[in-house]
Design a protein around this ligand. Structure first.
Ligand code: ZN
Ligand code: ZN
Length: 360
């Protein structure tokens, strides 16, 4: 128990402290690289030295001490009996996913991982198939309690992968390496992550700043702001950019990554909306004093969906890893209550089962 506690403590120090190393290295370009365009009048991230900052001038992360204290005192690792159980899963129709070349669909794999199909193009958001999310390829870290509903090998061919930021639960090293081997997808990432991928032998990548876009197989992919942070070790905090993403084709999709609530949602909605589907995180919002700047609550997620002018909402980033301090099944209950309070149509707010495919 002590050994385990120490390991998790170490992970906590690493995970909770946030920042970035090889990151600020300039991106290398080669003739095969896609043309990067500035399509959106969106803000660029402020910078301080080698670190990226958030847009909100009043943004203030809880102190390092407060985060460490919260981690040690309130950590899920201190409460081994903390109740979690695997979410009931749906069995995905693998053949239908492979045969689908027209319909827009979304399948929740778990946490922030979605398989999205749009205009015959298949892509993943923040893919993780990890059984444990953390450093050393998941040797230590937070346990996954809801298994992925399908194997990476059973996915339809993946054309591209969106990464929102470098935290372990969003950028899983074994997962991205395996996906690169299986499908050689184009990794579309925020500034700084291209070099991280290249260091691991993954070279089919393009990195973008907020407001930059590329065209890919008939779709336009736009890097959009988020309010969060980055870092995988004590020394790389803020060095790689964090972002959300818009994918525009015959329909318009938005992926929020990890984020606190800020006016960037409204600005993205005004500039690139309305969206047909917005994927927003609904878990990891406690303890509020440390989570608030960097993680939206379920209620804020619904407000963000309105700001984005999204016709449909899908709640993600919950029910998968032992990351959150709130009861594991609280986010959907709070969404349901907020949908009723706001008199929203429950049909357009989706909290799918892992493995469930929805047309949008
Ligand atoms: Zn994060
Ligand atoms: Zn996260």
């Amino acid at each position: 128990m002590l050994r385990r506690a120490f390991l998790v403590f170490l992970v906590g120090v690493v995970v909770c402290s946030y920042s970035g190393g090889d990151s600020a290295r300039a991106a290398e370009t080669s003739p095969g690289d896609p043309v990067i365009k500035k399509v959106a009048a969106l803000a660029v991230p402020p910078r301080k030295g080698a670190a990226f900052k958030n847009l909100d001038p009043a943004y203030k992360r809880a102190s390092y001490f407060a985060r460490l204290h919260s981690f040690i005192v309130g950590g899920t690792w201190l409460v081994p009996e903390r109740r979690v159980s695997a979410l009931p899963a749906a069995v995905p129709d693998l053949q239908a996913l492979r045969d689908n070349h027209h319909e827009a669909t979304v399948t929740w794999i778990g946490h922030s991982t979605l398989l999205v199909q749009l205009d015959g193009v298949n892509f993943l958001t923040d893919p993780t198939w990890a059984g444990r999310s953390g450093p050393f390829s998941g040797l230590v870290g937070v346990r996954r309690y809801t298994p992925a509903p399908m194997r990476m090998e059973d996915l339809p061919p993946i054309d591209f992968v969106l990464i929102s930021h470098d935290h372990y639960d969003h950028l899983d090293e074994p997962t991205v390496k395996r996906l690169a081997q299986l499908y050689n997808p184009r990794f579309v990432v925020p500034l700084g992550i291209k070099a991280w991928l290249a260091d691991r032998g993954i070279t089919n990548a393009v990195e973008l700043d907020w407001g930059q876009s590329i065209a890919f197989k008939g779709l336009t992919i736009v890097c959009t702001p988020a309010q969060h942070g980055s870092g995988r070790t004590l020394v790389d905090q803020g060095r790689r950019l964090w972002s959300s993403w818009a994918v525009l084709g015959s329909q318009r999709f938005y992926f929020a990554g990890d984020t606190g609530y800020y006016k960037h949602f409204k600005e993205i909605g005004d500039e690139l909306g309305p969206f047909d589907l917005a994927a927003l995180p609904i878990g990891s919002y406690t303890p509020r004093e440390t989570a608030h700047p960097v993680h939206i609550s379920p209620e804020e997620a619904l407000q963000a969906s309105t700001d984005l002018r999204a016709a449909r909402f899908i709640g993600i980033h919950w029910g998968t890893f032992m990351l959150a301090r709130e009861p594991y099944d609280e986010p959907p209950a709070r969404i349901t209550a907020e949908v009723a309070r706001r008199k929203l149509d429950p049909e357009v707010v989706w909290i799918p089962k892992p493995g469930e495919t929805l047309p949008w």
